[in-house]
Structures are given as structure tokens and as C-alpha cells.
Write a protein that binds this ligand. Structure first.
Ligand SMILES: Cc1ncc(COP(=O)(O)O)c(C=O)c1O
Length: 366
């Protein structure tokens, strides 16, 4: 018998999701409806906020948050260069400038680098809780208060993450994604969390073509709505989120044990006081390893892996000379982009699969 391919992610949709989706189909209410409302309650509870507003995807969540925060031309936003392109696209789509601050060894934005990047134009700090680990939000919050800045969290990868008891998405405006590979997956979907009633109200208005009442337009709006079918897929997963994250956490710590002793391999850790959502388990390969070759070898051995992300987010033709993109040296981020490799830890995997992952990496690096 040949071993099954170990993929980097696998959606887990079962009976509970089937039943709820069926209920939506039978209800005849396919567009935004009561399921979206239920999902919003679960999301607000997850982020520890008063409100949550569901939108069509995580990129839209970021754009919506930036829009309701009033960020636009003439403003600057500080973010990390080690992120998915959606973070950068959302800022540039608002016509705002972007400055990049370097990351720490834990792949998240460094609060000291953030402070050093503040200019008179800075309006917001946009940390990304990469791989499911929150940035140091206490330090970021302190800096934001000191300089009068807004916080918009890119929590696309951080469902259920927390730091010192405060969940991701609970500072300012939190933006989540439910894309197909995320810890809670519904194909496409997003959420903005906030405790500010005015921002929540504005988000709801903009999401629905600027309408509160049918055909009464109060603002230039968008169609950012989520469907009830999508929300029905998410609800059972949100209800078992702590179980999903617990299994990821267990797999992460098993894999770390299995990888000990590989020379110059840096495994990820969850610092004291953090609840890591383990969206990805990302190692730094030894500096001289040929990552492409490692990925190929792993694949041959039946192990999927991912490179999130192979280059700094601005290092592509649309951004390199973009007038709104301000570059600064970010050596830690540059090193991470050269050496990062994510390995499978999703909840469907047990010890035998993790042993295969570790064994494959050892032989790929030998
Ligand atoms: C860090 C980060 N930000 C934003 C997004 C955008 O989310 P979506 O793909 O749902 O638009 C993603 C996910 O894809 C992400 O990983």
C-alpha cells in the first residue's frame, strides 16, 4: 500500500455543515440573512468585540476597515513587508501610502521598527498576525495611543489567537479571512470586528450599497455582502474552533519534537502568554539549503509544503517603483522570505503522518 500524500491544508466539512447548508437551500434565503447574523455573533465572541460585520472576503475586510477608518490619499499606513499581497493591495486601493517596518524572529511586525517608521503622515498601524501568531499588540497599542494612530489588524490567519488573554481582532478594527485554506474555511468570506458602534454601523451601510432601508441610499456604497450559504458553512467550524486550534497546536508541538537536532533548522515557537492559532507551521531552513530542491524532494516523498512568502510583498513589478510605496531595509523579513517553509500540521494529521513529514525533511536536507 502506498502512503497517502500529506497536503499542507485540508478543509474539514462534515455532517453539521451539510445540515446547515441544506437548511439554507430549503429556506430559499440564499443571500445575506439569518446565518450571516449567527456567524457575526460567533465572530464577535471570538474577537472579544461588541460587533462583527461579515463581508465577502478578507481583502474586502481590509479595504472596508481602511475605508471606515477614513484612510485615504495623503495618509500613510505602517505594515510588514512579510505578508500576503492583499494587505498591500488594500492600502494602495485606498490611495494611501505604505511604509514597511521589519519583523521579529517570530515573523510578526516589530513594535520598535513600527515606532521608527512613524512620520507626520502616519494614520494607522496595520500589523499582520502571520501564521496565526499575534504581533506584540500591547506595544503596538501603546505606540498607537502615544502618536494618536488607528490600529487595523490583519487577522486573516489568526482565528482564535490571543495574547495575554486578549484575542486577535479586538484592537481597533480586526480583519479576518475565511479563504479555503484558513483555520475556518468557507471558500471565500471575510469579517471585520470592532467595539465601536459607529464604525460597525458604517460598515453595515457600506456593505449594502449604502442602504439601511431598501432604496434609501445614505452613502456611496459597495456590494460586500456574504451569502447565507457561506455563513452556514462557517458556523459549525466556528463552534468547534477551539478544538480545531487545539489539534493544530498539538501537531505543531509534536512536529517540533520530531524535528529536533536538524542542524541550523529553526522551528517556530509560541512565546509565553500567547495562544498561537497555528494557521501555518513555518520553519526557517538552514541558510545554505536550496529551498526549491527541498520542496521538490518533499513532494517526491509524498509531503506537501508551502512557501509563504517567497519574496517581500513589495518586490514585484506593480509595487517596486510605486509612488505610494516607501521602502526601507528590513533584513529579518528578507531572511525569512529566503528561508521560510511551511509544513503540514492540519487537524486531519496524526503522529504517523507527522513522522513522515519530519523524516522527509531530514532526508531532503541530508
Ligand atoms: C495575511 C492575509 N491578509 C489578507 C488575506 C486576504 O484574504 P482573502 O483571500 O479572503 O481575500 C489573506 C488570505 O488570503 C492573508 O493571508
Amino acid at each position: 500500500m502506498t502512503d497517502k500524500f500529506v497536503s499542507i491544508s485540508a478543509p474539514r466539512l462534515g455532517e453539521a455543515e451539510e445540515q446547515l447548508v441544506l437548511a439554507v437551500i430549503r429556506s430559499g434565503q440564499l443571500a445575506q440573512g439569518p446565518m450571516v447574523g449567527r456567524l457575526e455573533e460567533l465572530a464577535a465572541a471570538m474577537a472579544g468585540t461588541e460587533y462583527a460585520v461579515a463581508v465577502s472576503n478578507g481583502t474586502v475586510a481590509l479595504e472596508a476597515a481602511l475605508e471606515v477608518a477614513g484612510i485615504g490619499p495623503g495618509d500613510e499606513v505602517i505594515t510588514t513587508p512579510f505578508t500576503f499581497v492583499a494587505t498591500l493591495n488594500a492600502i494602495l486601493r485606498r490611495g494611501a501610502g505604505v511604509r514597511f517596518a521589519d519583523i521579529t524572529r517570530d515573523f510578526v511586525i516589530d513594535p520598535a521598527a513600527v515606532e521608527a517608521s512613524i512620520t507626520p503622515q502616519t494614520r494607522a498601524i496595520l500589523p499582520v498576525h502571520l501564521y496565526g501568531l499575534m504581533a506584540d499588540m500591547e506595544a503596538i497599542d501603546t505606540a498607537a495611543r502615544r502618536y494618536g494612530l488607528l490600529i487595523i489588524e490583519d487577522a486573516a490567519q489568526a482565528h482564535g489567537a490571543a495574547r495575554n488573554g486578549r484575542p486577535a481582532g479586538g484592537y481597533g478594527l480586526g480583519c479576518f479571512s475565511f479563504y479555503a485554506t484558513k483555520n475556518v474555511t468557507l471558500g471565500e468570506g471575510g469579517m471585520v470586528t470592532t467595539s465601536d458602534p459607529n464604525l460597525a454601523e458604517r460598515l453595515r451601510l457600506l456593505r449594502n450599497q449604502g442602504m439601511r432601508e431598501r432604496y434609501e441610499y445614505e452613502a456611496v456604497g459597495h456590494n460586500w455582502r456574504m451569502t447565507d450559504v457561506a455563513a452556514a458553512l462557517a458556523i459549525p467550524q466556528m463552534e468547534r474552533l477551539s478544538e480545531i486550534n487545539r489539534r493544530r497546536r498539538e501537531n505543531a508541538s509534536r512536529l517540533t519534537q520530531l524535528l529536533t537536532g536538524i542542524e541550523q533548522l529553526e522551528t517556530p515557537h509560541s512565546p509565553e502568554g500567547y495562544v498561537h492559532a497555528w494557521h501555518q507551521y513555518t520553519v526557517l531552513l538552514p541558510p545554505h539549503a536550496d529551498r526549491d530542491q527541498v520542496v521538490r524532494s518533499l513532494r517526491t516523498l509524498g509531503i506537501g509544503s508551502g512557501v509563504y512568502y517567497p519574496r517581500l510583498v513589495w518586490d514585484y513589478p506593480p509595487f517596486r517603483e510605486h509612488p505610494l510605496v516607501q521602502l526601507a531595509p528590513t533584513p529579518h523579513a528578507a531572511d525569512a522570505s529566503r528561508r521560510c517553509l511551511s509544513l503540514p500540521i492540519h487537524p486531519d494529521l496524526g503522529l504517523p503522518e507527522l513522522e513522515r513529514v519530519a523524516q522527509a525533511l531530514r532526508s531532503a536536507l541530508a
